[in-house]
Write a protein that binds this ligand. Structure first.
Ligand code: GRF
Length: 302
């Protein structure tokens, strides 16, 4: 049963545990608050009491579950879940009373209502995967395209398993042609997310997507940024300099390497025992935690 739920909601085992805990605690909070509020009304007869109680817990349940989901880090999941239930209930109810076809009565999120993002990546694509997972059920944001300069990049396998269109780009056209701007516009791309993309972004693309291209860097910029500072080189330099902390930087992309204004930074400790590999692991954990939510905040909360 748990495996089935995991597949249905496309979550990890750990997240499923947190979701079930949220349901349990949210349900208890809802029952408790319902009884407290019921106590404020002086109703003796049992049928109206039961009806009022049922009404109260129906109204309180979404609120209680959302409140509990915040400290357990499951707010995004429950927001989408409750929205879906709402759409189902209210969509269907109107359909039966108005007797109109379903398209006119339910909220249909047509592709044009999504913010369509393209993820540019040259490597394994673990950040791309985290972003795809995060927006899988999103009514607002859609990962519409994966772009890579490397035909053998792991990220392209992810795109194919996830049925996301992909585009392999060529150097000549990227740097001396139109930087694929026409193709991106044709595919309705609104926002570009770089996730381990190793080519510099040409100015034609930056101009076409002003303040709409962001990048993640595996260190605390402005330190350990610039040409040649990518992947293991960054972590080796951090360890060689005996830094006691490192982290991630999410920033807008401008015409210089790792230079645009900073959106978010998060830190982790660097210990004497850390190797470039162990530090890369810590950095990846931070990236997967923060990059998807940073994209969501930029695209939906402004
Ligand atoms: C990440 O560490 C990111 O900070 C850097 O490239 C790496 C990409 O990793 N820009 P992955 O391909 O997403 O696993």
């Amino acid at each position: 049963m748990f495996k089935g739920l995991q597949q249905k909601w496309k979550v990890s085992g750990w997240q499923l545990l947190l979701i079930i805990t949220t349901f349990a605690l949210g349900g208890s909070l809802c029952g408790y608050s319902g009884r407290k509020i019921l106590g404020l009304f002086a109703i003796d007869s049992s049928l109206p009491r039961v009806i009022l109680y049922l009404l109260l817990i129906t109204l309180l349940w979404p609120l209680c579950v959302l409140i509990i989901s915040i400290p357990l880090g499951q707010f995004a999941f429950f927001k989408t879940y409750i929205n879906k239930i709402g759409r189902r209930i209210f969509g269907k109810r109107r359909q039966t009373t108005d007797n109109k076809p379903q398209e006119e009565t339910t909220t249909v999120h047509r592709p044009s209502s999504f913010v369509r993002i393209a993820i540019f990546a040259s490597g394994a694509g673990s950040n791309a995967r985290a972003i795809i997972n995060h927006f899988r059920n999103s009514p607002a944001v859609k990962v519409a395209l994966i772009v890579s300069n490397k035909p053998e990049a792991g990220v392209l396998k992810i795109a194919s398993t996830e049925n996301i269109p992909s585009l392999i780009i060529e150097k000549e056209k990227f740097f001396r042609g139109n930087a694929y701007v026409d193709e991106l516009k044709e595919k309705g791309i609104d926002f570009v997310v770089l996730a381990g993309f190793l080519w510099k972004v040409p100015s034609a693309l930056i101009k076409a997507y002003q303040n709409k291209i962001i990048n993640i860097h595996p260190a605390l910029l402005p330190k350990y940024g610039g040409k040649g500072m990518y992947g293991a080189h960054v972590h080796e330099a951090v360890i060689a300099n005996k830094e006691t902390e490192s982290g991630i930087t999410i920033h807008y992309v401008d015409e210089l390497y790792d230079h645009g204004s900073i959106i978010l930074q998060a830190k982790c400790e660097v210990t004497e025992n850390d190797t470039p590999e162990s530090l890369a692991g810590k950095i990846h954990t931070l990236e997967h935690l923060h990059y998807p939510t940073a994209v969501e905040t930029l695209l939906t909360k402004h």
